[in-house]
Write a protein that binds this ligand. Structure first.
Ligand code: ZN
Length: 323
């Protein structure tokens, strides 16, 4: 309720009511609202610097949660990195060694990304460091996985080849020799049965009755089955690939033809005494890259250590070869 104010009018010698003009009332009201608004603004502005709104509190909580999740993700990445490092180590030190492949250099495995800054769009925020570091880590991890995956592809290929190689290498005795009594003469200096002169005998002789089965000692292709080589008589050559060739001489009969594919253990012919031979026996040779090598080192696959030693002893006797 507004107070009624009076003033003394000397003309009429009386008190008269002060009439406030309408305009003045508006002016007062206007300034009052303006002032209130100004102080309200100042109050809210200053207050908001120190007091959080519920919305701000919610956002802040969300941000904290995001940060926490990023840190947890980094922990998980760390775990993945450890596992991958372990796989890489086994890859380099076991698989690649086993398959005679060069290890993948560490620089290649751990290589980052040079050149342009891939993370520019992530810069300029409070959390930039955390986000960029996490991204970098994941990118490197991804790249390492690709390198590792390629390496394992290569190993798989090598393993397949190794299997073929192992099947190809002449690794069994060419005649049944269970009690090892058939080994007649080994590789080395031996007395020639015809001239009685010591000379190099570049194969192994297995004495066996005529008609005894002869087996392919490894997978391969028959390149010869004829008697057009001096001294060998009827003989067979098998090309095993990887530089290996085996030769079976003085045969009585063939069981394969030229260009025929054979597997280890296939019956390829029969023991005889054709060519320069003293009596029924199989003369067996192994070539590696066109050089004759001692077949004794190729039976490991089918013999026990004791059997091998016995065979080695027999083969080392400097006796007379059957040629
Ligand atoms: Zn011989």
């Amino acid at each position: 309720m507004s107070k009624v104010k009076y003033y003394y009018d000397p003309d009429t010698l009386s008190y008269r009511k002060i009439q406030r003009k309408k305009r003045t009332t508006f002016k007062y009201a206007f300034f009052f609202i303006l002032g209130t608004a100004f102080f309200a603004f100042i109050f809210v502005f200053i207050g908001s610097q120190y007091v959080e709104s519920p919305k701000e509190r919610a956002l802040k909580r969300e941000l904290q949660n995001t940060q926490l999740q990023f840190e947890l993700l980094n922990k998980k990445m760390e775990h993945a990195e450890t596992v991958l490092a372990n796989v890489a180590e086994r890859d380099n030190n076991i698989y690649r060694v086993y398959f005679e492949a060069n290890p993948i250099p560490e620089e290649q495995r751990r290589a980052g990304f040079g050149g342009i800054n891939r993370y520019k769009s992530l810069e300029g925020f409070d959390n930039s460091k955390l986000i960029i570091e996490s991204n970098k880590r994941l990118d490197i991890l991804q790249k390492q996985i690709v390198v590792q995956s390629k390496s394992l592809d290569e190993i798989t290929k090598l393993a397949e080849d190794k299997e073929k190689l192992l099947a190809a290498i002449p690794a069994i005795q060419p005649v049944n020799n269970k009690d090892l009594t058939r080994m007649a003469s080994g590789y080395g200096m031996r007395t020639d049965p015809f001239t009685k002169v010591r000379k190099m005998h570049r194969g192994m002789d297995f004495s066996a009755p005529r008609g005894t089965p002869v087996y392919a000692s490894g997978d391969g292709i028959v390149t010869r089955a004829d008697s057009r080589s001096t001294g060998y008589g009827n003989h067979i050559r098998i090309d095993h690939g990887y530089g290996y060739v085996s030769l079976y001489a003085h045969l009585y009969k063939y069981n394969v033809r030229k260009n025929q594919k054979v597997k280890r253990g296939d019956l390829i012919g029969f023991v005889g005494s054709t060519g320069r031979s003293q009596g029924p026996h199989l003369h067996y040779e192994i070539f590696k890259d066109d050089e004759r090598i001692n077949p004794i080192n190729f039976y490991y696959g089918s013999l026990t250590a004791e059997e091998f030693n016995k065979l080695l002893e027999h083969a080392s006797l400097e006796n007379q070869s059957l040629d």
